[in-house]
Design a protein around this ligand. Structure first.
Ligand SMILES: [Zn+2]
Length: 331
């Protein structure tokens, strides 16, 4: 592999010494939000939010540029948990549970080896989860044991020194905590709007723990390219169409998807947490209010993004970060 000697994108927006405060919402405020989300949930399980037919009819699919290069894709599952199907895909007619994954994706391109979402560190229950307000940390805690990022890389005969940079689909704790196990020199690339949302102000948004971001050099990803498929903006990371970033706003302000041309001839779209399971695309369902109201920063935009995913043409393998079956198929 040739180590990249250029940044595929942009300048640095952080000098790596920014002091990020550790403020979190108060217990009463958090309990209030949780109670409101809980109270809104039973009605939605019976009558889920309906698709916006007018919006759907306006969504057009722009061309997907042909790829002149390919990447190798390897999922690195690090933890699992489960959640009721009817909560993940609001009102889905099932009393069952869906297995959920947490982890990173290793992407190998001729110019760089990088991670999409440096997800979890070892000991995340003690090192990171206490940074979430009570009782949010309890809601999202994965089953033990958790495989730390360094161990996940070691299982592939790699170390943090072999990673050229990381990208984040968004800055929730379960997508960046593995930074605690990567050398400080490994840059995190993320849209500026996402970084500002996660790090400005005294109190971190729900789902964000700032400690893994502290001291990390940040590169700005600007989605300055044209519409791709049903998404309004894009960025071609290497200029060869093999890694296209697309905008998936709503879950967080700067959530992005990563469209890959994989070396097995498939096209794969990593969608982070825009959805938690591909069932949501099929049924056009948002997450139920509890916990979606806590973790989707803008529910209306998040639902638009789900509808854009529903309107994708056939033949694209969509992998949500927490969709256990979709992730395991690439491990
Ligand atoms: Zn997540």
């Amino acid at each position: 592999m040739v180590r990249s000697n250029r940044m595929p994108q942009g300048g640095t927006v952080n000098d790596g010494v920014t002091d990020l405060s550790d403020g979190k919402p108060g217990v009463l405020s958090t309990l209030g939000h949780c109670c409101a989300a809980l109270a809104a949930t039973p009605r939605r399980l019976l009558r889920p939010r309906r698709p916006d037919e007018a919006f759907l009819s306006r969504v057009r699919a722009a061309p997907l540029p042909p790829a002149k290069g390919v990447v190798r894709l390897t999922a690195l599952p690090q933890a699992r948990m489960s959640a009721p199907t009817a909560i993940v895909a609001e009102g889905a007619r099932s009393l069952g549970h869906l297995p959920m994954a947490m982890g990173a994706f290793l992407i190998e391109h001729a110019q760089a080896r990088f991670l999409v979402d440096p997800a979890l560190c070892a000991g995340v229950h003690d090192r990171v989860l206490p940074g979430l307000p009570f009782p949010v940390g309890l809601l999202v805690s994965p089953d033990k044991p958790v495989l730390g990022l360094a161990d996940a890389l070691a299982a592939r005969d790699l170390s943090g020194d072999d990673i050229d940079f990381t990208l984040a689909t968004h800055l929730h704790w379960d997508h960046v905590s593995g930074l605690l196990e990567l050398p400080d020199s490994v840059e995190l690339r993320v849209p500026a709007i996402e970084y500002e949302w996660a790090t400005s102000g005294e109190i971190a948004p729900y789902g964000v723990v700032r400690a893994p971001l502290r001291g990390r050099a940040i590169g700005n990803l600007e989605l300055d390219g044209p519409p791709v498929l049903t998404f309004t903006r894009s960025h071609d990371l290497f200029g060869d169409g093999s890694v296209l970033l697309v905008d998936l706003p709503g879950h967080t302000p700067g959530s992005i998807g990563v469209m890959l041309a994989v070396d097995d001839g498939t096209r794969v779209l990593l969608v982070g947490d825009a959805i938690w399971n591909t069932l949501q695309i099929k049924l056009i369902r948002e997450k139920a209010p509890m916990p979606g109201q806590l973790f989707d920063a803008d529910r209306d935009r998040a639902f638009e993004t789900i509808q854009r995913l529903h309107a994708l043409p056939e033949g694209i393998e969509v992998i949500p970060s927490h969709d256990f079956d979709a992730v395991l198929a690439r491990a």
